[in-house]
Design a binder for this molecule. Structure first.
Ligand code: MSP
Length: 535
């Protein structure tokens, strides 16, 4: 929910540039885009941040194996993959932060100097197993025994790759001293970590006892140098987490932006995958406590897209590029599918068959067909001008009631960060309208001249359906902006109701907004039928 400032600041994790995006990454970005578009249509002051995580050993090694510098590699991946994918997904972010930007590096150095000066950082040494995939020291107990080519080695439970034993001089962040404050904070703010399963995991972890955190590396140099000891670079996670703050402190041109910080800090929601929950729910708030800064409202951990029961990943060669699916189904259907088919917070999987079945049933035959039938009937029976409705019957009132409830339920689901339930709620209106048209049989009513004129039964049915479709355009715009925009054009409401993006969700369910006489046009199909590629 927005705060007293009516602002809503949402972030995605910043993505590692070691490889190009797959649909697992796209999943987080699409959820972020849907939520922020919804909040914008609540007339809130929204800021949506995404970006890339460019330092650390993982990116450095990928660059080395490709024979270029890490900066060259990062530039290439950002330009060719990570920025373009936002367009492919139709995501409307407000800012894009790269951890190699000077605005980030200087603000990070300021932050860690403060912690150092106040005695929260000390020198020590560390020895232990490190997973470069996770960019994290692991506890011996978390590791699995390798099989096959990794037989006899200990592997990371997430990446399935052998960990490396590291022994280094490091600087440490005195995180353990924040343990009690963290536990008290979790207690006072049950909404801080969501969903409940994620919260329980973190509580259990912190209650076992927190260790201090090694926050520097001195065996390679691809990172932000520590201001007091340039032999060390900052640990990549400490560097990365700060992006959420540094992006509000300066713009890409390096100009101070105190007004952004004032308006949007602290974040309303950090969306993260469950694999990176602890960094966000333990390390990040401890860092902010140390700096005496307000903590984010909510860290929401979503599940993984699985392939063969395992997290989809490029390392395991199971990654599917978003464009592979979007080239066939379009970005709207992609967004709809992933936001509706998977309960947000749980794991899910993708299959071409299921995607095609949902496309046909819900989009082409469900919503799309409804829209084209209505436009065709207004064209056929009223020359394309929305008629004047007559008295509402119970059946018409029922549609208005379904619309009002859909709005209320979807709003509650968005507050609960449950995009799939929000879409389920809106879809009650799609289903109710399709049933309504079937039961009201306007094509039969049209045959009776006494019912077919202005203010008659036929007009009332078509206006009721048109009002329902208007509500759908508004409510589905955050999920499927292209189709919703086409429907908005077809209903001809822009002239007097204004742009679709500016339509408030709160009043979407109120009927009587469309003006009689409005030109309704039958444009191209919202969801064209798929070409049969089976032969
Ligand atoms: N760079 C860190 C995040 C730093 S945030 C301060 C990172 N990057 S990542 O590129 O590996 O992952 C970014 C996000 O993509 C994470 O939220 C991760 O959970 C998500 N996903 C990566 N693979 C995924 C799936 N197969 N399924 C769903 N989400 C997945 O971690």
């Amino acid at each position: 929910m927005a705060d007293a400032k009516n602002s809503f600041y949402l972030t995605t994790p910043i993505y590692y540039v070691n490889d190009a995006p797959h649909i697992g990454h796209a999943y987080t970005t699409v959820a972020a885009d849907m939520l922020t578009r919804w909040h914008r249509q609540r007339q809130e002051d929204v800021w949506f941040l995404t970006g890339t995580d460019e330092h650390g050993q993982k990116v450095m090694r990928t660059a080395e194996s490709n024979g270029v510098t890490p900066q060259q590699w990062a530039d290439k991946l950002v330009d060719e993959a990570w920025v373009p994918v936002l367009n492919t997904l139709n995501a409307k972010n407000d800012d894009f932060i790269r951890t190699t930007q000077p605005r980030h590096e200087s603000a990070v150095q300021e932050f860690i100097s403060k912690l150092h000066d106040q005695g929260d950082i000390y020198a020590g040494s560390y020895e232990g197993p490190y997973c470069v995939g996770c960019e994290e020291y692991k506890q011996a107990g978390e590791l699995l025994d390798g099989t096959g080519e990794h037989e006899g080695q200990k592997v990371c439970p997430i990446h399935g790759y052998p960990v490396e034993m590291l022994s280094e001089q490091n600087y440490f962040f005195a995180m353990s001293k924040y343990q009690d404050r963290l536990l008290a904070f979790y207690e006072e703010h049950p909404e801080f970590i969501q969903p409940a399963s994620a919260r329980n995991e973190v509580l259990g972890f912190v209650k076992q006892g927190l260790q201090d955190l090694s926050i520097s590396r001195n065996t390679f140099d691809w990172g932000i140098p520590l201001p007091w000891d340039s032999e060390h670079v900052l640990y990549v996670w400490f560097d990365a987490l700060l992006n959420y703050m540094t992006a509000l402190q300066k713009n890409v041109d390096g100009e101070d932006t105190p007004e952004l910080f004032e308006k949007y800090w602290p974040a309303s929601v950090h969306l993260v995958g469950k694999d990176i929950l602890r960094f966000h729910a333990v390390i990040w708030p401890a860092m902010l406590m140390a700096a005496d800064l307000p903590l984010p409202k909510t860290i929401f951990a979503h599940g993984w897209l699985l392939v063969g029961g395992e997290k989809m990943s490029k390392t395991k060669l199971t990654g599917i590029a978003p464009s592979q699916i979007i080239d066939v189904f379009g970005s709207d259907a992609f967004r709809y599918y992933f936001m509706r088919a998977i309960q947000f917070g749980q794991d899910g999987s993708f299959s071409w068959e299921d995607m095609a079945a949902q496309y046909n049933a819900a989009l082409a035959n469900g919503w799309g067909n409804l829209a084209s039938r209505l436009a065709a009937m207004v064209g056929k029976y009223f020359g394309g001008a929305l008629p004047q409705a007559g008295e509402f019957t119970d059946a018409d009132q029922h549609i208005a009631d379904v619309a009002a409830k859909a709005v209320a339920d979807a709003e509650a689901a968005i507050d609960a960060i449950s995009p799939n339930h929000a879409i389920d709620a809106v879809w009650t209106l799609v289903d109710a309208l399709n049933l309504y048209i079937t039961e009201q049989e306007p094509w039969k009513v049209a045959k009776d001249e006494s019912l077919a004129g202005q203010g008659g039964r036929l007009a009332t049915i078509l206006v009721t359906a048109a009002e329902g479709l208007r509500a759908l355009a508004v409510l589905l715009n955050p999920v499927m902006p292209i189709a919703a925009g086409k429907l908005w054009d077809s209903l001809g409401a822009e002239d007097y109701l204004g742009a679709l993006d500016a339509q408030p969700v709160a009043t979407a369910g109120e009927f009587g907004q469309l003006k009689p006489g409005t030109t309704v046009t039958k444009g191209e199909a919202l969801f064209p039928r798929l070409e049969d590629t089976s032969n």
